[in-house]
Design a protein around this ligand. Structure first.
Ligand SMILES: Nc1ncnc2c1ncn2[C@@H]1O[C@H](COP(=O)(O)OP(=O)(O)OP(=O)(O)O)[C@@H](O)[C@H]1O
Ligand SMILES: [Mg+2]
Length: 339
């Protein structure tokens, strides 16, 4: 019996029983009343049902963003991460402040389809590295593996010889910061968006510095309420470049040990992209930084470049070393010159 066919019985039968108990036949008016109750109930039910359905649909669509967000927004800035790491007995205790990354025979399969098989490469600690490769070569999969949004189907990922999976999730969140293609901006004030990455007892001078470094000052001062200006749902009151600069300021507040950027230049203007590069080079100098990109000119000066091709590491080295070789890297450059 469906809910809809059950409801008339639930609503109308008590009316009849009440009337019967009182020794009177059910009147037309009591039945009309019961029918109106049913129609009103149905209306309410359909309304609530549509709200729940829409919510589930939205949640399913944004689930990856929520997960990325969990990683991006840490309760404490990275500079406190060392204190956390030093805590006796913590799985990451004793990690050196300079964090290197190693993919040790990593395999990744999606529904039986292999993306990588025994992938081997290292990202040096405290340096600016880049991962390049053609579309579909597995760059974002590496990003997701590092953030533990995915777990490898084989092999190990190590951070300073410590298994990534053994590092406490809370500590990992403190260590890793990211600049994704579409930063997640909350529907609250600019200040709250920035402070989400801050520790208790956060001091305003760091917030000011982050706003200045991310070149948000002019934007903030031109908006009603300044830092109390509301960003809107998914940051709709900000342009793509402003959202990316807000995410950059949040990263400066977070101050993580490892920074991973995946195609962050895709939606923004050249000026904002240049600014992010500058902050990555100067402000985060000495941190382990990984830039995943298609735009090869942006990573020419990287300390280390890893070239992915069809699920394998085709080459690794500096721009000069790779360019001197006849290989995938040089081919990618030639291709970009033509486009
Ligand atoms: N969750 C998933 N389920 C099934 N296949 C997936 C999943 N995620 C990625 N893939 C597949 O894995 C391969 C690598 O995808 P990935 O997103 O890592 O590539 P990419 O190098 O980042 O590409 P692009 O440069 O276009 O962003 C692709 O063939 C993709 O279709
Ligand atoms: Mg990608």
């Amino acid at each position: 019996m469906s809910l809809f066919s059950a409801v008339p019985i639930i609503v109308v039968v008590p009316q009849l029983l009440r009337a019967n108990a009182a020794g009177q036949p059910a009147t037309v008016s009591s039945l009309i009343g019961a029918t109106i109750s049913y129609v009103l109930f149905l209306q309410q039910f359909l309304h609530i049902y549509s709200i729940i359905y829409n919510f589930i649909q939205q949640a399913a669509l944004t689930a990856p963003s929520f997960q990325s967000l969990r990683m991006m927004l840490t309760p404490e800035p990275g500079k406190f991460a060392q204190i956390a790491l030093a805590k006796a007995g913590s799985p990451a205790a004793g990690l050196s402040p300079v964090l290197s990354i190693k993919f040790d025979g990593v395999s990744m399969h999606f529904n039986g389809r292999g993306i990588f098989e025994g992938l081997e490469f290292s990202i040096p600690g405290g340096k600016l590295s880049a991962i390049v490769g053609q579309s579909g070569s597995g760059k974002t999969t590496i990003f997701n593996l590092l953030l533990r949004l995915l777990d490898p189907t084989g092999g190990r990922i190590l951070i300073n010889d410590r298994l990534l999976e053994q590092i406490d999730e809370k500590q990992l969140k403190k260590l890793m910061g990211l600049i994704p293609q579409d930063p997640f901006i909350f529907n609250c004030s600019l200040r709250e968006n920035l402070l989400m990455a801050s520790a208790d007892g956060f001091d305003d001078t760091l917030l000011d510095r982050a706003v200045d470094l991310a070149q948000l000052r002019e934007f903030v001062e031109s908006r009603e309420g300044g830092l109390d200006f509301i960003a809107g749902h998914m940051g709709r009151n900000l342009s793509a470049g402003e959202k990316q600069r807000l995410a950059l300021a949040r990263l400066i507040v977070q101050d993580p040990e490892i920074i991973i950027c995946d195609e962050y230049t895709a939606n923004i203007d050249v000026k904002t992209a240049g600014l992010i590069h500058e902050v990555m080079r100067n402000e985060f100098s000495g941190r382990t930084r990984i830039i995943i990109t298609h735009q090869l000119y942006t990573i020419k000066g990287a300390d280390h470049i890893v070239v992915l091709d069809k699920g394998t590491i085709a080459q690794a080295g500096t721009h000069e070393e790779l360019f001197a070789q006849r290989g995938v890297y040089k081919d990618l450059w030639e291709l970009q010159k033509l486009t």
